[in-house]
Design a protein around this ligand. Structure first.
Ligand code: PHB
Ligand code: FE
Length: 326
């Protein structure tokens, strides 16, 4: 028997939703909540919180390290296989021995999460959108929103705007300036390349590009230099996951303000509150988890080191959890 089973589509509950199972975990939703069961316990989450978190986990291919949907449920990426856990990074669950985790091939868990998202996201609700820019996730099943949940993430090979790479955003290709960024200049830099270098020299207006983002809390890879990835994003309301780092991440606050709640990655105990104002730079350590709050839509540059060697180097103590010690 396969570890992956999904209920046949005709098996829907009284609210119109399918239920799903992978290994010992099962997932069901009603008009307001998602109910998750595993052999040693169960959990309930707001359908809104759950859908926004699963949307990021799917779109980011399980991301770097840990994606906590909340203080109980989440995934830990081992790059090829993934742990699905309940209470594993929660000291109270650990002490009570109620925590549980199972490891799955990444493709199997991805298939189940994609099927959940497709079935549980109602027409008019976009899990990537700011709260004031989308409809309600709640209620009985009402159509779907496959276009919104299957957006491809922007991942430049070299840089946005380079010939053949990710395109600059404009009104014409469906990216109008967001209501919160009406004051952002839209001029593009002039590039005068020497003959023969036209495909090697490029520049674009990053603030203009971000002002036209239609999603929140969704870093785009806009430039790549070996393992160095610039992943800027626009933020409004709350980061829908609590991210447990497996490497250092640098944050550059490009506009407005974000408050970060920073906790211990293993236990969830509070470590710091970091208020970042425009121009502030912070390095988030490799042994923390964090969740950001942005009152007004803001622009954040997340700078990632994508080296696949890092998680093991850090876990084995060969590389530090912070980029600098004072
Ligand atoms: C992060 O976990 O570092 C992160 C994720 C998504 C964002 C911003 C930061 O939009
Ligand atoms: Fe992070």
């Amino acid at each position: 028997m396969s570890t992956t089973e999904t209920a046949p589509p005709e098996t829907v509950n009284e609210h119109g939703y399918r239920s799903f199972r992978i290994g010992g975990f099962s997932f069901a939703r009603d008009e307001h909540f998602v109910h998750i069961d595993w052999p040693t316990g169960s959990h309930v989450m707001s359908a809104e919180t759950f859908l926004k978190a699963v949307m990021r986990d799917v779109s980011w291919n399980f991301f770097y390290g840990i994606v906590n949907f909340d203080a109980v449920i989440g995934t830990m990426n081992h790059y090829g296989n993934v742990d699905l856990f309940a209470g594993r990074y929660n000291s109270a669950y650990r002490r009570a021995e109620l925590d549980h985790q199972e490891n799955f091939p990444a493709d199997d868990l991805m298939g189940v999460f994609q099927a959940i998202l497709a079935d549980w996201t109602n027409a008019g609700y976009d899990p990537f959108a700011a709260p004031q820019e989308t409809g309600s996730p709640f209620g009985p099943k009402r159509g779907d929103n496959l276009g919104a949940i299957t957006r491809t993430r922007v991942t430049a090979s070299r840089m946005v705007g380079v010939p053949g790479d990710e395109k600059i955003r404009s009104d014409d290709n469906g990216f109008p300036v967001n209501r919160m960024f009406a004051d952002v200049a839209q001029t593009e830099p002039e590039v005068h390349a020497e003959p023969g270098y036209e495909s090697e020299v490029a520049a674009f207006n990053l603030f203009g590009y971000l002002s036209r983002s239609d999603v929140t809390w969704n870093p785009s890879v806009v430039s790549v230099c070996k393992d160095s990835l610039y992943c800027p994003t626009t933020e409004e309301f709350i980061l829908p996951i609590i991210h447990g780092n497996d490497r250092v991440e640098w944050f550059v606050q490009l506009s407005d303000q974000i408050t970060w709640k920073v906790e211990d990655r293993e236990t969830g105990s509070v470590r710091a509150t970091v208020v970042m104002k425009a121009g502030d730079v912070a390095a988030m350590p490799a042994d923390i988890r964090h969740q950001g709050y942005s009152s007004k839509r803001s622009m954040l540059l997340v700078w990632e080191n994508a080296s696949p060697a890092l998680p093991d180097l850090i876990a084995s103590g060969q590389a530090p959890t912070v980029p600098v010690s004072f």
